[in-house]
Design a protein around this ligand. Sequence first.
Ligand SMILES: NC(=O)c1ccc[n+]([C@@H]2O[C@H](COP(=O)([O-])OP(=O)(O)OC[C@H]3O[C@@H](n4cnc5c(N)ncnc54)[C@H](OP(=O)(O)O)[C@@H]3O)[C@@H](O)[C@H]2O)c1
Length: 283
Amino acid sequence: MRVLVLGAGGQLGSEMVRLFPQAVGLKHGDLSITDMAGIERTFGQVRPELVFNCAAYNAVDGAEGDPETARLVNSVGAGMIAAACRRHEARLVHFSTNFVFDGSQSRPYVETDPTGPLGAYGRSKLDGERAVADALAGALVIRTAAVFGDRGSAVKGGSFPERILERARKGERLRVVSDQHVNPTYARHLAGAAAALAAGGMTGVIHVVAAGCCAWDELARATLSECAVDVAVDSVTSGELAGRAPRPLNGCLASLRTAPLPPWRDGLAEWAANRAAVGPTNP
Ligand SMILES: NC(=O)c1ccc[n+]([C@@H]2O[C@H](COP(=O)([O-])OP(=O)(O)OC[C@H]3O[C@@H](n4cnc5c(N)ncnc54)[C@H](OP(=O)(O)O)[C@@H]3O)[C@@H](O)[C@H]2O)c1
């Protein structure tokens, strides 16, 4: 099977390439998903049968100041990839986010819940879901949450756990929000599930996240504990960290269509074990 991974330098894209060693993995520098001519050239050369679009503009705060870049990459680019898949008869797995919801609901969001993004990033990703569906009827769109990987997210300066460890190492005060809840999802587990769902012929929107949900301060403490770092975390509210993009307080997902990934603590333990084996891999 000819597999093409876009955004191969990111947390998830690097895991997809690890899973499919024969895949053509293209990083941002190799191909921008906003480059129509480059997309057409790439599809002509690679002739992919299965495409994982892991490329995204993920700077949630940055998108508020630069919504046009978020729109171009997350909506227009996603739609162009889906259209190329249609023209070249390739299957597409695209990724979206819990930020398409407003977070006001008291239970985790399932696939049938109404969307209502709070900020520019979430709007651009929701528009991207629609652009993908419009261009390619059989596309699979996987919504996920709070992804952390071995590679780290360059635009954010590393994965969340890696950033917490780095700040602890520098002796910075760790102030972390306690009123926003997410399913911290290990990129390696997500990649495995994405491959399995694609192999099973799944289409449409599906939520794929780790089992369980926690606040970011709990994730920070769990990270420090996994890595045997004895540093305190101060819990703060979203209001106390003013000036950032609005984020859903309830960012937890669940699925009506598939079982969850392993519990987030298991993903974190696996991440920490890999980190101990190879060392930190921040960009
Ligand atoms: N990270 C999360 O917490 C999270 C949560 C929910 C959903 N998701 C979704 O999950 C997917 C994977 O996210 P991730 O965590 O792996 O993100 P990531 O680590 O930030 O990787 C995204 C990759 O896309 C690349 N990219 C940016 N603009 C591009 C463009 N125009 N053309 C080609 N590549 C481009 C980036 O390259 P450069 O860094 O070189 O620009 C980066 O390598 C995305 O769809 C994201 O929206 C992520």
